[in-house]
Write a protein that binds this ligand. Structure first.
Ligand code: NAP
Length: 432
């Protein structure tokens, strides 16, 4: 029997586990280890709470656990938990599927001021991630700047713009629900350093901004290239640009919240003045595909600035790490003998949840080609090691109890009321 440890119970970890089981059936035993007491990674803590249809993929992951892959939650791989070397001693193969949880830095003066928040932290806050539940999110000021032209920027803008009614059927964490209900945000700027043709938005996420109850998207027609160029675009981007053209053509209406698409705007500095932040950006123009400054500056007054410019992975002790690209050094998913990497930790923070599926299948194929079962201790050995270190893992049964408690605590039509403190999650697990 092949003994495999997968570190990270998010999409990359689950698709790798699923693919290994599909290949090896009863000849593989898998432990899916996560630092959080809850599984599902970005599905729980990253995908926007009002995108429940995307989150419903957790049923598929549930089936993986119900099928016998073991969930070992609340165990950190690194300081205070177990090391990668520990795992390599216990398992035939170890897969790192730890994602990219850290925000990339803006690299401009003022980015550490209070009220300047990375999207990882902001999205973690509204999704009830225990590490971000106490984030101070200033929402009293009407102005917000969201930096970046990717889907995360759209998620952040949409969640800020929606009414409590539009968020009622989401699994927004209670603290975020209350804060957003009292929000004074009226003027949201999505700040992109290049133009509409260079945006990384997808059609569904772009189109949604045109259908909000109290918010309207605002696009300056002058920022859109001549329509003749649209025919040469990749179909998804062509649709995105089509939405942007429709937004630019729409007449102003009475909806009180504006979502401004500020293309060709490169952030250069953030300052604070009294209770207000000022984002200074420079108008850009394209040289080829590159944004170059024009020297024309503008200032946006706001209370909150969210940098949604991508993520970086964790450097794990003993694992080679590329500090520039922000992911684990690997060759087609192979890191070292019997050590693999999958998902965002392997290839950087791009692609949808589904992109991890072929990625997981590829890693599973590599493992089965490279490795024959040995006589390592596997799950039993891990349990002994955890007990010796005084660590009590959260099991699948524990998670099911947490899940049931969250569903039971929800007020209709919300699907669940998340517990956001590690202690509360552990207490539910301990009742098992
Ligand atoms: P992303 O798609 O890579 O977009 C990052 C954006 O940040 C780009 O517009 C980039 O501009 C900009 N940027 C980078 N560095 C910058 C800087 N220093 N100053 C100003 N702008 C900067 O990343 P993301 O939005 O974090 O999304 C990550 C992945 O998750 C993507 O593949 C995304 O599609 C996916 N996702 C999907 C969904 C969904 O399907 N519903 C939802 C959320 C996320 P340049 O292009 O000029 O570099």
């Amino acid at each position: 029997m092949l003994q495999v440890a997968i570190v990270g119970a998010g999409p990359a970890g689950f698709y790798t586990a699923e693919a290994l089981v599909r290949r090896l059936a009863a000849d593989v035993a898998i432990d899916l280890i996560d630092a959080l007491p809850t599984p599902y990674g970005l599905i729980r803590a990253g995908v926007a709470p009002d995108h429940q249809s995307i989150k419903s993929v957790d049923r598929r992951y549930h089936a993986v656990l119900a099928g016998g892959v073991r969930f070992v939650g609340d165990v950190t791989v690194g300081e205070g938990g177990v090391t990668v070397d520990d795992l390599l001693g216990l398992y035939d193969a170890v897969v790192l599927a730890t994602g990219a949880p850290h925000d990339r830095r803006l690299g401009i003066p003022g980015e550490d001021l209070p009220g300047v928040i990375g999207s990882g932290a902001f999205v973690g806050w509204y999704n009830g991630h225990p590490d971000h539940a106490d984030l101070d999110v200033p929402l009293a000021h009407p102005g917000v700047a969201v930096i970046g032209n990717g889907n995360v920027a759209l998620d952040v803008a949409r969640v800020l713009a929606k009414t409590p009614g539009e968020l009622a059927a989401s699994d927004l964490a209670a603290h975020a629900r209350a804060a957003l209900a009292a929000s004074g945000v009226r003027d949201i700027h999505i700040v992109g350093r290049r133009g509409p043709y260079q945006a990384s938005f997808t059609p569904k996420e772009t189109g949604e901004l045109g259908e909000l109850a109290r918010a309207r998207p605002v696009v300056d027609l002058a920022d859109l290239p001549g329509a003749a160029g649209d025919a040469g675009l990749e179909p998804g981007l062509r649709k995105v640009v089509g939405y942007l053209r429709a937004f630019a053509a729409a007449l102003p209406d009475a909806r009180p919240v504006a979502i401004n698409f500020d293309f060709f705007s490169r952030p250069v500095a953030i300052t604070a003045d009294g209770g207000e932040l000022r984002l200074t950006d420079e108008r850009t123009r394209l040289e080829g595909n590159t944004a170059v400054g024009t020297g024309v500056m503008r200032t946006i007054a706001c209370g909150l600035i969210v940098g949604a410019i991508g993520y970086r992975s964790d450097a794990i002790t003993g694992v080679p790490f590329d500090p520039v690209r922000g992911h684990v050094v690997n060759d087609g998913g192979r890191v070292a003998a019997r050590l693999y990497v999958a998902g965002w930790a392997r290839r950087g923070p791009s692609g949808t949840i589904g992109t991890n599926k072929p990625d997981g299948a590829e890693i599973a194929a590599r493992i089965t080609a490279d490795i024959a079962p040995g006589d390592r201790a596997g799950a039993e050995g891990l349990d002994l090691l955890l007990a010796a270190r005084g660590l009590r893992p959260v099991t699948f049964a524990d998670w099911q109890a947490i899940d049931a408690a969250e569903v039971a605590a929800a007020s209709h039509p919300a699907p669940r009321e998340k517990f956001v403190r590690r202690e509360a999650l552990r207490a539910l697990a301990a009742r098992q």
